[in-house]
Design a protein around this ligand. Structure first.
Ligand code: MOS
Length: 740
């Protein structure tokens, strides 16, 4: 049963519309809710001098307008609480505006349309102050945080990087940049909240219910037991629902103020400003090697944006500490505090942007050495974790690269850049390694056997669309030796046993091991007392935090993979098209081959997106994101993603947990973008180091437009002289120079 590619057990509920999402209050048997609409600040930094709500309050249907002048007192976040997502999240708590779009008012009305119309009449007078909105302009202000995400070290150093790099016969010293990115799940953030007898019930869209409960309790200064949270179905999270945001706190505060259920959802545009973003980075990568390709120096220094009001340090250089052997090494994280929305985890935090730099720099080194990029990586494969000095629990990077190369036809790769053509299209092959940390967080689950022979699993675990319901049912069915139809899975409710939810790719490993342990205990109990009473027999299983698991100290536990991409670049227009892509991954035991593959191809798609599309652009005058919708913040559409496949090498990491399974939700995106970038270089000979690689950046390096472009035919295929330049074109160049 475990590993079988069975379809999602919640699929029928989803396709028939009976799966209830946060905004669908009718599903929750509440009184009819009122509707809340959030008014966001139209400046990036300053103070609210006056706020006039009179016109809004006089509009039909309006029940309440909340601003910082009448919002109830709330606690401030305590930075000593290790998890950002467990900290208080006060809203409308100050006259100060700390970033563009920060909520300044909430309008509650009988209908959504009434609330929206009234919200437009809220008049705010601001006293703006000078904000810092320009990351690149403030780079010299960078400071060292006390720790980076997940409590990891800010800096590490071994040997003498400077000296080793200076003396290395072959070296790469490059700066890559990555832009602001956003999680942007399909389902917007939403909450409907209702108070009864001092207790609040909130239906919201959450990745980690247990942390949300702590955050809400701290904000309001009430007991966790007074807060009932439900998030049974979630339309994607990607990090943006690890913590709560304004819609949840405002629905809760609004419902208490009007003594009616209140529903709020963020608009797509609001998500760009109210929910956290992935910091922009500039990353210096230094690779020093011997002439035969052994790394002697490896440096990865990251400077990223952060927010003045809430520090967030993405662990961008963290997996660089584990990826390749080199005696002299250095990693570093620095932050630039800006007046922007706070940073939060976005789709493979750290590893995704870090590998965009390191795995492209490795490609640059391979060309300098005139070496196959796979051979270069194999040559620098470490025997022990290079910085921790401990063995790897299961490291199958080389196997992933070899298997991928074989399946992809890597031997057909043109070794010289810009040497393969298909008509007017320059064709290139690229590869990159994938690595992702494996986390284990505390989790518990209960399994109850009923007299009818059916079992029910309960946990406050969330299924963010990844297939959690299904893998939990598979594990319980196998452990209990029941047909899967006899197992019901109930998730997403704070009254169920606590877990670390879904995030950081830890969800599957945590919950399935807790369920496995609960099921094993239950089986034991049933052996002793085979008659099941009417109320059923329940057992609970637990998984401890990795800090309490000796294996996580004694071993380096990661997941690995290798990406292969083939792109075509129009030689004249610079248009980049992914032609095909393959990822081969090893992440321990496969729990469900179908949902695992879906996770991985989704992650690879994010990688394509990071390489070629996504780019949050700040208006540096106002701190507003200029491209705050899906028309302008580009993400890949179906036409951008042709043949793409993910192969998962089944395994078993006996150091990670009893089921041998590790996370893989984010692995698919780690390194994926670099493989595309490396393919673009292989196609064109142009190395764009500022992501995303767009036409205008690429065109600067491409040879000028040739007048016969339209006439080129497939007869050009595999032409070895790509930069053919007839006389007529040279005249064209001269004309173009004149016009500039
Ligand atoms: Mo993930 S970005 O840790 O949900």
């Amino acid at each position: 049963m475990i590993g079988q590619p069975i379809s999602r057990i919640d699929g029928p509920a989803k396709v028939t519309g009976t799966a209830s999402y946060a905004g669908e209050d009718h599903a929750f048997h509440l009184d009819a809710p009122l509707y809340g609409v959030i008014v966001g600040a139209s400046i990036g930094r300053g103070t609210i001098a006056a706020i006039d709500t009179a016109s809004a309050e006089q509009m039909p249907g309006v029940r309440h307008v909340m601003t910082h002048l009448n919002a109830p007192p709330q606690a401030e976040p305590d930075p000593s609480v290790p998890s950002l997502y467990s900290r208080a999240f006060p809203v409308l708590s100050r006259a100060e505006v700390r970033h563009y779009g920060e909520p300044v008012a909430l309008v509650i009305a009988d209908t959504f349309e009434q609330a929206r119309a009234a919200a437009r009449l809220v008049r705010v007078d601001y006293v703006p102050s000078n904000g810092a909105f320009d990351f690149t302009a403030d780079l010299e202000q960078a400071y060292a945080p006390r720790s980076v995400n997940a409590g990891l070290a800010v800096d590490t150093a071994m040997g003498d990087l400077e000296a080793a790099f200076r003396d290395a016969p072959v070296k790469v010293d490059v700066r890559y940049t990555t832009p602001y990115e956003f999680s942007q799940p399909m389902e917007p953030h939403a909450c409907v909240a209702e108070w009864k007898d001092g207790h609040v019930t909130a239906h919201f869209s959450s990745q980690i219910i247990s942390e949300a409960q702590v955050a809400i309790a701290s904000t309001l200064g009430i007991d966790k037991a007074q807060i009932h949270l439900r998030s049974p179905f979630i339309g994607g999270g990607f990090g943006s629902k690890l913590g709560i945001h304004a819609e949840t706190m405002l629905a809760i505060l609004g419902a208490r103020a009007v003594r009616r259920p209140v529903k709020i959802h963020l608009t797509r545009e609001q998500i760009f400003h109210v929910v956290g973003l992935r910091p922009a980075t500039t990353q210096r990568v230094r690779l020093g090697a011997t002439r035969d390709g052994h790394l002697v120096a490896l440096g990865h220094e990251v400077t990223m944006s952060s927010s003045r009001h809430s520090e967030y340090a993405e662990q961008t250089a963290a997996t660089t500490r584990s990826l390749y052997a080199a005696p002299n090494r250095l990693t570093r994280h620095r932050l630039v505090a800006l007046d922007l929305t706070r940073g939060e985890d976005v789709r493979a935090p750290g590893d995704a942007p870090g590998l965009l730099a390191v795995e492209a720099a490795m490609d640059e080194l391979a060309y300098q050495l005139d070496m196959d990029p796979i051979e270069l990586r194999i040559l620098n494969e470490p025997k022990l974790d290079p910085e921790r000095g401990v063995p790897f629990s299961e490291r199958r990077l080389v196997e992933c690269m070899r298997e991928g190369a074989r399946r992809f036809g890597w031997e057909r790769r043109p070794t010289r850049p810009a040497s393969l053509r298909d008509g007017r299209v320059l064709v290139g092959y690229g590869m990159a390694a994938a690595i992702r940390m494996h986390f284990q967080g505390p989790a518990s689950a209960s399994v109850t056997m009923y007299p009818d022979g059916g079992a029910v699993v309960r946990a406050d675990m969330t299924d963010i669309g990844t297939g959690t319901y299904t893998i939990v049912a598979q594990v319980a069915a196998e452990s209990l030796e029941l047909p899967i139809e006899r197992v019901s899975v109930r998730l997403g409710d704070s009254t169920y046993p606590r877990t670390s939810g879904s995030g950081g790719s830890w969800g599957a490993g945590n919950i399935t091991n807790a369920v496995h342990r609960a099921s094993e205990a239950l089986k034991e109990k049933l052996r002793d007392a085979p008659v099941v009473p009417a109320e059923g027999i329940t057992c609970t299983g637990k998984v401890a935090a990795m800090s309490r698991e000796p294996n996580y100290q004694a071993y380096s536990i990661h997941t690995y993979g290798a990406h292969f991409a083939e792109v075509g670049v129009d030689a004249d227009t610079g248009e980049i098209r992914l032609r095909r892509m393959l990822g081969v991954f090893a992440a321990g035991r496969v729990l469900n081959a179908r949902t695992a593959r879906s996770q991985l191809i989704g992650g690879m798609t994010f990688g394509v997106s990071a390489a070629l599309h996504e780019d949050g652009v700040v208006d540096t005058r106002s701190g507003a994101f200029a491209n705050r919708d899906f028309a302008q913040y580009l993400i890949p559409v179906n036409a951008d993603i042709p043949t793409l496949d993910a192969i998962l090498l089944d395994g078993f990491d006996d150091k990670a947990n009893p089921l041998g399974a590790k996370g893989l939700g984010e692995l698919g995106t780690c390194g994926a973008g670099a493989s595309v970038a490396n393919a673009v270089f292989n196609a064109t000979g142009v190395r764009v180091r500022d992501y995303p690689i767009t036409i205008e950046k690429l065109l600067r390096g491409l040879p000028p437009l040739s007048p016969d472009a339209a006439d080129r035919s497939l007869a050009d295929a595999n032409l070895r002289e790509p930069h053919f330049k007839p006389e007529a074109q040279k005249r064209g160049d001269a004309r173009r120079r004149q016009s500039h």
